[in-house]
Design a protein. Structure first.
Length: 202
């Protein structure tokens, strides 16, 4: 975890049905796997009527006093309303991951790292429709929370319901798309939609 203060505050936001809460659960379980203190706080509200659904996750090497995230180190924005609503709350030096298939404007921040990834389009092109959230997860893991393949499979097996275990392979494929995205790095200015072919998940 690339955080000097040993705590990473993450907000995932998008429309209801985009897998926002599931993505948050996976990050939370990954934190547990790495021995972190973890909180996961979903927000239910008007998302079913077209508003934003969001989920706050905190990972820390120390006990966490409150699960509420007022300012975040990482924002994963899955639609334009979410980006507009929360980008101002990202801490300077933080990271904004966003789905550039659905968000056609860049964040209005120059003091954070912005990583665009056309997650929805890539998922559709690869026959993984509905798994744009997993592509964004792969990019997040690559940049902020490196896990090996065995660890990723372990986290997925814990979160995916037993009656849906057949979906593990497609989820792994989608995550590999995010992991394989070129220029997903805050060490350099990311290109808007650079991508190479993913590794096959096994």
């Amino acid at each position: 975890m690339q955080q000097d203060n040993k705590t990473m505050r993450i907000l995932i936001a998008g429309f209801g049905g985009q897998g926002v809460l599931f993505l948050g659960k996976l990050i939370a379980h990954a934190g547990v796997l790495l021995g972190k203190h973890v909180t996961w706080l979903p927000s239910y509200g008007p998302e079913m009527r077209g508003g934003t659904a969001n989920c706050a996750v905190i990972l820390s090497s120390e006990p966490i006093g409150s699960p509420i995230v007022h300012e975040m180190d990482v924002l994963i924005a899955m639609n334009l309303p979410s980006l507009l609503a929360y980008q101002s709350r990202v801490r300077p030096g933080g990271v904004i991951f966003y789905d550039s298939s659905l968000i056609h404007e860049s964040p209005a921040r120059e003091d954070v790292c912005c990583i665009p990834l056309p997650a929805t389009r890539l998922a559709t092109e690869q026959g993984l429709e509905g798994l744009g959230n997993m592509i964004l997860l792969g990019a997040f893991l690559k940049e902020r929370m490196p896990l090996n393949e065995s660890q990723i499979k372990s986290v997925l097996s814990q979160v995916v319901p037993a009656h849906k275990q057949q979906l593990l392979t497609s989820n792994l494929c989608a995550i590999s798309l995010g992991l394989g995205a070129e220029n997903v790095s805050c060490a350099q200015e990311p290109k808007r939609e650079a991508m190479r072919h993913p590794l096959r998940a096994g």
